[in-house]
Write a protein that binds this ligand. Sequence first.
Ligand code: FES
Length: 139
Amino acid sequence: MCEAQKAEKQKSQEGKERRSLLLFGLLLLTYPLLHFAGYRIPRKPRKIEVNTKIPATGIHTIKDVILFDKDGKSWAVSRKCTHLGCRISYHEVEGYLECPCHQSRFSPDGRVMHGPAKKALPVYEVEKHDQPPYYIISV
Ligand code: FES
């Protein structure tokens, strides 16, 4: 192999390495760029099982959600405030959800009644059963 062929082969090898490195760099940047643009990998829904019967009031508070079973309908609302993420409580007498941090208020179906929160609370589907688990919430 003459010197010119060796140099040509080395140049070709360096070009392949450069392209591989560039491709690797693009792959590394793809997800952060998509994430920045708003893309999120859809996550698998989590199931919360409620194995106790809920009280006659039709309201049951769990760590992450508040379960409602009223007027023949069952639904669950997230307890994470859409303002800054504090944990919301349900005021049974007044009939609304309130955030203890900045007093945002939400209706039992998650709509904003009073700011500073601007987005409604996520509402989750609930399967109701006659035997335990009495409720299965898809979060
Ligand atoms: S965190 Fe809930 S109102 Fe601010």
